[in-house]
Design a protein around this ligand. Structure first.
Ligand SMILES: Cc1cc2nc3c(=O)[nH]c(=O)nc-3n(C[C@H](O)[C@H](O)[C@H](O)COP(=O)(O)O)c2cc1C
Length: 182
């Protein structure tokens, strides 16, 4: 093995998932932020864990409201994913500058993003400060799919490429045929 700078070796973690974390501030401003540091946190209850830098607008919104939605973007949302990751809610209202469309959630006040592969309503149940980031643990209280089936993955350096959703066709048909949860 050849020893190299830690930052260089860490690039080998890619490909990396990308999710969109949607927040709504106390003042009602909706923010959309792409996050690569996302994973399932537990299976009972079902949770998402997301690592968000303390300086981000979305970080303050989650601390204030204890809610967020997590949407898995479709490939057709890729330009908006990159845009939302290049500007901060501290400086601009991102949503009107994108093609992203919102839909109301059922159990929390933060909206869903239409045309995402899947969206999850999450209520904050725990958090861990990791120096310059916080890992927020959100309990999933509702989940949705759109029927879109082309997702994306980050190969590194924000190079987002197309993926097929991870479900087999039969699984997808089975889910689509399930009675909608009211
Ligand atoms: C593909 C991609 C992945 C990202 N992953 C993270 C991440 O895991 N954590 C994080 O804090 N920021 C991440 N960012 C950066 C934020 O999305 C970006 O700084 C954003 O502008 C913050 O917006 P906000 O201040 O409105 O919350 C990522 C950006 C992109 C494009």
């Amino acid at each position: 093995m050849k020893q190299i700078r830690i930052e260089e070796a860490m690039k080998f973690r890619h490909p990396e998932i990308v999710v969109l974390v949607v927040t709504k501030s106390k003042e009602g401003k909706i923010d959309v932020t792409p996050i690569g540091w996302a994973m399932l946190g537990s299976s009972n209850p079902k949770t998402w864990a997301v690592g968000i830098a303390k300086r981000h607008y979305s970080h303050k919104a989650i601390l204030d409201t204890k809610e967020f939605t997590l949407c898995i973007p479709s490939y057709k949302q890729r330009k908006d994913v990159l845009f939302c990751g290049s500007v901060s809610g501290w400086d601009v209202g991102k949503l009107p500058k994108t093609k992203l469309k919102i839909l109301p959630s059922k159990k929390i006040s933060v909206p869903l993003l239409e045309d995402s592969l899947a969206c999850f309503e999450c209520k904050l149940i725990d958090q861990m400060v990791t120096s310059d980031h916080t890992i927020f643990l959100g309990e999933i209280v509702a989940a949705y799919i759109s029927g879109e089936d082309e997702g994306l993955i980050n190969l590194g350096s924000r190079n987002l490429v197309k993926t097929k959703r991870g479900l087999e066709d039969n699984d997808f048909k089975e889910i689509s045929n399930q009675k909608k949860v009211q």
